[in-house]
Design a protein. Structure first.
Length: 247
């Protein structure tokens, strides 16, 4: 099977500091792939390089085509989307206005189809419909994450990359968000998720990578990583609240 996304020997540097070192990974159509690891491992820099927001060396392929010469906007047009860690919402715009901006690339489809797409997002996140006239900056953390997901989904991504989707959220909201993420696969969306909450990420993933010091330290099926003593000691043990997410 041809990978939907394939990164080969991708490296990212900030001056003399190499944040990502020769990372190779793949996402197959219909997969949820998780990249777990500690803060500072280079996970966010990796996603930013894949979307074209950071310069990199190596090769990135999406949908069978080489992306190296494609701009961020070109990659989005082909169906590669990123929801960054900071959500990147327009705080002074309403929920509905943020969603409208998410559908800008589909404007040629006409207002009626975009309205239908927006209503589909409201069906997925009923709370957003309740808050549709509210400014994004006044939403709770969970609501902002819902809006960030909704704004990306309205653009019809083929692959949605999520940077720390559980960051700063209460455990109950984390469960809701991850259940939603699992449901996106049924909508034909493949996912690449970067997460510090290793247990939650492993629970929903089809394949996992462990990133440490800018490199892929381990990779494999979730069941294999869950039984790996190194992963248990570093990411699944200790009893921290963030690791006790039961989906």
């Amino acid at each position: 099977m041809t990978s939907l996304l394939q990164a080969n020997n991708v490296s990212v540097s900030y001056g003399k500091i190499e944040a990502v070192r020769d990372v190779t990974l793949a996402v197959q159509p219909g997969q949820i792939v998780a990249v777990i690891g500690p803060n500072g491992a280079g996970k966010s820099s990796l996603l930013k390089s894949l979307i074209g927001a950071l310069p990199y060396t190596g090769d990135v392929f999406f949908g069978g085509g080489n992306c190296n010469r494609r701009t961020l906007e070109d990659r989005v047009d082909t169906g590669l989307f990123l929801v960054p860690e900071e959500r990147a919402l327009f705080a002074e715009l309403t929920v509905e206005e943020n969603l409208a901006l998410g559908g800008f690339s589909r404007r040629r489809e006409g207002a009626k189809l975009l309205a239908t797409a927006r209503d589909d997002i409201y069906a997925l996140f009923p709370r957003l419909k309740e808050r549709r006239r509210q400014e994004a900056g006044t939403l709770s953390g969970g609501e902002r994450q819902m809006l960030a997901l909704g704004r990306a989904l309205i653009g019809k991504p083929k692959l949605l990359m999520l940077d720390e989707p559980s960051l700063g959220l209460a455990p109950r909201i984390v469960r809701d968000i991850f259940r939603t993420i699992m449901g996106l696969r049924e909508r034909g969306v493949s996912l690449l998720i970067v997460e510090q909450n290793a247990r939650a990420a492993i629970q929903i993933a089809d394949y996992c990578y462990v990133m440490e010091h800018g490199r892929i330290a381990l990779e494999g099926l979730p069941a294999d990583l869950e039984s790996d003593e190194r992963v248990i000691a570093s990411y699944l043990g200790g009893g921290e609240a963030a690791t006790r997410t039961h989906l």
